[in-house]
Design a protein around this ligand. Structure first.
Ligand SMILES: [Zn+2]
Ligand SMILES: [Zn+2]
Length: 109
């Protein structure tokens, strides 16, 4: 039991409040994590703010919105388990190379 489930629902990653009126309420997401603290792992169950859930694109400094990311599986098919040739994994559709974008359009139908 920890206070992450209690008001003001601190983000489990950054400890900023995510309660109503905090500015983070609308975009918060239920989440849990094992947080390393003083050599101990502390289980945290509660909410994560949108900033902490956001992932960075591997090819540009911009953040990816939810569902905006394109991964190698989407380009090369579900059975492909690897990275793009430059070791990128999550990228914007606009950050795909021409060849990748072409394949992606084919596999997306
Ligand atoms: Zn956060
Ligand atoms: Zn990008």
């Amino acid at each position: 039991m920890n206070n992450y489930m209690l008001d003001p629902h601190p983000c489990i990653f950054c400890d900023h409040p995510t309660n109503f009126g905090s500015g983070r309420f609308v975009n918060r997401l239920p989440a849990d994590t094992y947080h390393e603290k003083g050599g101990m792992e502390e289980y945290r169950d509660g909410y994560a703010c949108a900033e902490c859930m956001a992932t960075e694109c591997d090819r540009c400094p911009e953040f990816l919105e939810l569902d905006e990311d394109v991964t190698p599986e989407m380009v090369y098919g579900e059975l492909f388990a690897g990275l793009f040739s430059d070791r990128a994994y999550r990228v914007h559709a606009g950050c795909l190379t021409e060849e990748e974008a072409r394949r992606w359009r084919i596999s997306a139908g």
